[in-house]
Design a protein around this ligand. Structure first.
Ligand SMILES: [Cu+2]
Length: 325
C-alpha cells in the first residue's frame, strides 16, 4: 500500500544499495581469507619472527590497508548521515504563513472531518470525460463529445435537482447563478446512473466528513497544509471535556503521517503536495479505540479550476512530497 516514490522509500533504497555493496565486499574478503589461509596451507614464515594472536604481524603489516580500514567506513558512515539528513530536511520544513491550501482535520471516534479554510472549485478532466461544466450566471454543461450523457444532478447546499440533458444540441443550460458561499456540485450521468463527470465547489468553512461517506477533496499542484485536532463528538465548547483521544492521520501514498494530540490547543501540522489525479487512501495510524480499523477514508486529487489549473497531469514521476512541521 505504501507508495514507492516517497522521500523515505527512496532513502530506504539508497541505504539498501550501500548496505548490499558493503556486504558484497565484506563477504568476498571473508571467503578469500577462508580459502587463502585454510588449515591445510602451511604459512610462509621465512621472514616472520613470531605471530601474536590478535595483533598484526609486525614484520608483514601493510600501513596503507590499515589506514583504509578506518578511512573507508568513516566516509561511508558520513555519506549515510548526509543522505538521512537531506531526507529529514525535505520533510521538516518551516511553514510559510500564507502558503498553501489550508484545511483543518478533526479526528473523532471513529471518523475524519475536513474543515476547509480555503475555497475550492474543481472538476474532472474534460479531456477524459468529454464533458465540460462552466458555472457563472448559469450552469452550462457542454456534453457534445460524450454521447452517453443523459442527465445532470445539481446539488446546491444539499438540495438536489435532476435535469435531462439536451442530447440533440449537446449543450445544456440550467438557470442558476453561482454563489461561492454555498457548497455546490454538478454530476453528469448516463441513462443507467453511472457517473461520467463531476464538478464541485467547496466554500470556506465548509465541512466534509468520512462519516457521511465524503471523500477528502484536495487541489493538485499545490501544497496542502493540514492543521490537525482531536475532539470528542461535541466540541462546541473547547475545554478539556471535549478533547478526544490520540489519532494519527496517515496518507500512505505520500509516505507521511502526523499525530492528532488531544489537549494541544494549536493542533499539529503536516503538509503534502498532491500532483497526480486520482483517489488515494487515508488511514488512522494510532490505535484509538474499538472501531479504529474503520477509521478509513479517501482523498481525491482534483483539478482546481479556480486556482488556474485546468488539468492535473497524469503521473509525472516526481518524488511524492509531504512532511510535518
Ligand atoms: Cu483514530
Amino acid at each position: 500500500m505504501v507508495a514507492d516514490d516517497t522521500v523515505f522509500s527512496v532513502l530506504y533504497d539508497k541505504f539498501l544499495f550501500w548496505g548490499i555493496l558493503v556486504g558484497i565486499i565484506t563477504f568476498a574478503w571473508l571467503f578469500y581469507a577462508m580459502i587463502r589461509y585454510r588449515a591445510s596451507i602451511v604459512p610462509d614464515t621465512t621472514d616472520v619472527d613470531h605471530i601474536v594472536v590478535g595483533s598484526f604481524p609486525v614484520d608483514r603489516h601493510n600501513t596503507k590497508i590499515e589506514i583504509l580500514f578506518y578511512v573507508l567506513p568513516t566516509i561511508i558512515v558520513v555519506w549515510l548521515v548526509v543522505l538521512a539528513l537531506a531526507s529529514n530536511t525535505a520533510v521538516w520544513v518551516i511553514p510559510d504563513e500564507d502558503e498553501g491550501f489550508d484545511v483543518e482535520i478533526i479526528g473523532q471516534q471513529w471518523f475524519w472531518e475536513f474543515e476547509y479554510k480555503d475555497e475550492l472549485t474543481w472538476q474532472d478532466d474534460s479531456r477524459l470525460s468529454g464533458i465540460d461544466v462552466v458555472w457563472g450566471d448559469n450552469v452550462t454543461i457542454q456534453h457534445s463529445s460524450n454521447a452517453d450523457a443523459t442527465n445532470v444532478t445539481i446539488v446546491i447546499n444539499g438540495d438536489a435537482n435532476t435535469y435531462a440533458l439536451d442530447t440533440i444540441t449537446g449543450s445544456t443550460v440550467v438557470e442558476n447563478s453561482f454563489n461561492r458561499f454555498v457548497s455546490s456540485s454538478v454530476l453528469v450521468e448516463d441513462s443507467e446512473g453511472n457517473e461520467l463527470h463531476r464538478w464541485g465547489h467547496i466554500p470556506i468553512n465548509h465541512k466534509l466528513s468520512t462519516a457521511a461517506g465524503d471523500h477528502f477533496i484536495v487541489p493538485c499542484d499545490e501544497k496542502v497544509v493540514l492543521n490537525l485536532f482531536s475532539y470528542t463528538s461535541d466540541y462546541s465548547q473547547l475545554n478539556s471535556t471535549y478533547w478526544g483521544v490520540q489519532h494519527s492521520f496517515w496518507l500512505p501514498e505520500w509516505g507521511v503521517k502526523e499525530d492528532l494530540v488531544p489537549g494541544l490547543e494549536g493542533g499539529t501540522l503536516m503538509w503534502f503536495w498532491p500532483d497526480d489525479p486520482g483517489t488515494y487512501n487515508i488511514r488512522c495510524a494510532e490505535y484509538c479505540g474499538l472501531d479504529h480499523s474503520k477509521m478509513v477514508g479517501y482523498v481525491d486529487v482534483v483539478s482546481p479550476i479556480d486556482r488556474g489549473v485546468e488539468f492535473c497531469d497524469e503521473d509525472t514521476g516526481v518524488q511524492k512530497r509531504g512532511g510535518s512541521y
